[in-house]
Design a protein around this ligand. Structure first.
Ligand code: ZN
Length: 265
């Protein structure tokens, strides 16, 4: 391929709106020295890219799909996944995102200095740290969430200090609807919203005497609660079991970073 200046148009479909995708695309384009435009459309996001062909190719390679960097690149499945993929009788026949713990995404827990922690189960280890009142930055599909134990008033207060967020309510995540019902009043409409594919944060009236710490939503009748919406959330909330995570609301979550710099929490 010749490396000449060119202009390309890309249409990206799927869940790419409301997840910090355009800021991510902007950062990625800057990183590759590309110029252009990015806009929401009825079906997704539309891109115009100007730059050298090689840079545009590299940019496309770096757009995440269901896991980092597998969208346009060659993705080698392990023999077991490949057998499922090739078998017309298998429900994963030609399922492009087919993967397992052997050939699929890996989860790494890093310490405050950005150094990988030596652990057999990163998710369980992170859950333990949350139980100890620590703050854990969780890198998801749309950006970072800062998580603490929502029942630990001291941990929530520390998160507020670090985020310079004194009063504004924090949203939190619960494992399932029953868990939410124990904490807040859930009508039919709210339940439908909570389990919808968008998994939005829903404002719900607090029940009295909940285990959720006061600083999560101080002097407010409502909680902002959501259900797990990304693959990493499900094993995380299972590990966390009976108590909810607290996250700063999505609006304030950090855009996705290509490189993880040490995050001191
Ligand atoms: Zn596999």
């Amino acid at each position: 391929m010749t490396n000449t200046p060119t202009e390309n148009r890309l249409e990206i479909n799927g869940i790419v709106q409301g997840v910090g995708f355009r800021p991510f695309i902007y950062q990625l384009a800057n990183h590759h020295g590309l110029k252009g435009e990015v806009a929401n459309t009825a079906t997704g996001v539309s891109l115009i890219l100007e730059g050298l062909q090689n840079d545009i190719r590299q940019f496309i390679d770096d757009i995440p799909y269901d896991r980092p960097k597998t969208s346009m690149r060659h993705f080698g499945m392990c023999p077991l996944c490949q057998a499922e993929y090739d078998d017309p009788d298998n429900r994963r026949f030609h399922a492009q995102p087919n993967a397992c713990p052997v050939c699929g995404p890996r989860v790494t827990l890093c310490d405050a200095g950005g150094k990988p922690v030596d652990t057999v189960d990163s998710i369980a280890d992170a859950a333990n740290r949350l139980r100890q009142g620590r703050i854990v930055a969780i890198k998801g599909l749309g950006g970072f969430h800062l998580a603490v134990d929502a029942t630990n008033a001291g941990a929530v207060a520390r998160l507020r200090r670090r985020k310079h967020r004194e009063e504004k309510p924090l949203a939190f995540m619960c494992a399932d609807l029953n868990h939410i019902r124990a904490i807040a009043r859930v009508g039919e409409t709210e339940a439908r919203l909570l389990v919808s594919i968008q998994c939005p944060i829903v404002l719900l009236e607090k029940r009295p005497h909940t285990p959720v710490a006061e600083p999560v939503s101080p002097r407010n009748r409502y909680f902002g609660i959501m259900l797990p919406y990304a693959p990493l959330h499900h094993p995380s909330v299972r590990c966390w079991a009976s108590t909810p995570f607290t996250w700063p609301t999505r609006a304030s979550c950090w855009p996705l970073c290509r490189r993880i710099r040490p995050t001191r929490c």
